[in-house]
Design a binder for this molecule. Structure first.
Ligand code: BGP
Length: 495
């Protein structure tokens, strides 16, 4: 048998795309609450208010990430826009039903994120919001009924909005202590209920999606580097705090990692592929390896970036690295020096990438890559020698509900079968130490990239559309029954 006894099969979600209840139970607004919907071709927008005049408007997310928010504007939720995260797919009111469906599939693990602003509405309250704590208590108690182990991300693409407008998000060191206080509070409160925690979702998205990853409204490379550094220190302090609370708690890093392929055999293309890999890997070199790698130090030196450091920062990073490395992986990306002459790629992490001629893609440019998980797992295990966990993998597709209510998502089964086989090869043939696999978006949720509903990932369909209309009724897709079999057989039966 390839997978060890106790392998953590399951699914993954995030509060900003799934939970909803944005103004219920005393929750404060988050960065994601001020993001409109978009599409494959139209960017999501961030809405703002002019603090002097009260005028309101919106800017594309990429513009805020690259150029920042102009002086005098603050991020705000304003009338007249549609914000998909406000209700999302309403886990807030459907958690018992959803966890029962996960139980029916045989989930051993459920990855969800906790909404920081549900616990500390502005991030700075002296005491946590008890209604917020009670909500997640109810969620974890429900999980326990089915023997489902929660894996909780402390910050998945959201920062309390008050901290963004007051401090400029994670570029300020103020957020370090505020985050560690929040993390310590929930790790203590849920001790005995939650063993596995992740600090920041896809921490390396600070480079490309800094508003989502760090609540940044300053697009400069310096702000991004400082924000990442502040999150590293916060992560190290969270690891320290977790181990003080209980030696049983494990805290992981979460990295967006797609293997990078060289388009041609030209060594210059190969060098480029290595450099693009390092764009992601340096984050793990710091958070898992415990120190800034030489190539990153040189890169910052060349860019004139000088980090503001606390006296013990480097020691903290070296002493409290993450206990394990979790990552998202959807398929490999391809680079070439001749990029301009070639067809460009689209899909996640596709900026500056070219289309891989060996892989088929769907309407969102997503390819089914039968080798990416094996390659990714080997690369990360060889480099860090720490337990790994695939916490996101899956494919967004527009599902069709037939007249009889059935949903035939053979394309999803095909994608997952190939990916799980590739992961199995890494475990069985290469001996990689893998803790678990949580398929992304196990119950349909809002897409982070486009804010759409039509780009669906789930084993379970949720009746809601791109305008926010629908009953939120849940129904099982064909892949639901397929995944149930996969888990039952501990990965032996992929047919
Ligand atoms: C990852 C994010 C998730 C999720 C996923 C799918 O980058 O961690 O939050 O959204 O990608 O991407 P999308 O939602 O853009 O389809």
């Amino acid at each position: 048998m390839a997978f060890p006894e106790g392998f953590l099969w399951g699914g993954a979600t995030a509060a900003n795309q799934y939970e909803g209840g944005w103004e219920e139970g005393g929750k404060g607004p988050n960065t994601s609450d001020a993001m409109t919907s978009g599409s494959h071709t139209v960017s999501r927008q961030i809405t703002w208010r002019n603090t002097a005049t009260g005028e309101t408007g919106a800017l594309p997310v990429y513009a805020v990430c690259e150029e920042g928010l102009p002086e005098g504007l603050e991020v705000a939720v304003v009338d007249g826009y549609y914000y998909p995260s406000h209700t999302a797919t309403d886990f807030y009111h459907h958690y018992a039903e959803d966890i029962a469906l996960m139980g029916e599939m045989g989930f051993k693990c459920f990855r969800l994120s906790m909404n920081w602003a549900r616990i500390f509405p502005t991030g700075e309250e002296a005491e946590p919001n008890t209604e917020g704590l009670a909500f997640y208590d109810a969620v974890f108690d429900e999980c326990a009924k089915y023997g489902i182990e929660p894996l909780v991300t402390l910050s998945h693409y959201e920062t309390p909005l008050a901290l963004v407008n007051k401090y400029g998000g994670w570029k300020s060191r103020e957020l370090i202590d505020l985050f560690v206080r929040y993390a310590t509070c929930v790790m203590k409160h849920y001790q005995g209920k939650v063993k596995y925690w992740l600090t920041f979702n896809e921490i390396n998205m600070m480079s490309m999606g800094s508003f989502m990853a760090g609540g940044l409204t300053d697009g400069s490379p310096h702000a991004k580097a400082q924000a990442a550094h502040n999150q590293f220190v916060a992560s190290a302090l969270t690891v320290r705090s977790a181990h003080q609370i209980s030696p049983k708690i494990m805290v992981g890093q979460m990295l967006a990692y797609n293997p990078i392929y060289s388009y041609s055999a030209d060594p210059a293309d190969h060098l480029l592929a290595m450099e693009r890999e390092r764009d992601a890997l340096w984050y793990a070199d710091v958070q898992v390896g415990g120190h800034y790698p030489a190539y990153r130090l040189r890169e910052m030196e060349r860019a004139g970036i000088k980090l503001e450091m606390g006296e013990n920062d480097l020691e903290l990073l070296a002493t409290y690295p993450a206990d394990f490395l979790s990552f998202s992986c959807y398929g490999g990306s391809t680079v070439s020096l001749r990029q301009k002459e070639l067809e460009v790629a689209s899909g996640n992490l596709a900026f500056g990438m070219v289309k891989n001629p060996y892989l088929e893609t769907n309407a969102w440019g997503w390819a089914t890559d039968p080798y990416c998980l094996r390659i990714a797992l080997n690369e990360l295990y060889d480099r860090y020698h720490k337990p790994l966990w695939i916490v996101e993998n899956g494919i967004g597709w527009s599902d069709e509900v037939k007249a009889d209510g059935s949903i035939h998502d053979g394309y999803r089964i095909d994608y997952l079968r190939k990916n799980i086989q590739s992961m199995e090869d890494a475990v069985e043939l290469d001996g990689v130490d893998l803790m678990g696999y949580t398929m992304w978006g196990c119950i349909d949720l809002v897409s982070a990239g486009t804010g759409e509903m039509r780009k669906r990932y789930g084993f379970v369909y949720v009746d809601r559309d791109d305008e926010g209309k629908g009953t939120h009724a849940r129904s099982r897709k064909d892949s639901f029954y397929w995944y149930k079999k996969v888990i039952e057989s501990n990965g032996e039966d992929l047919d």
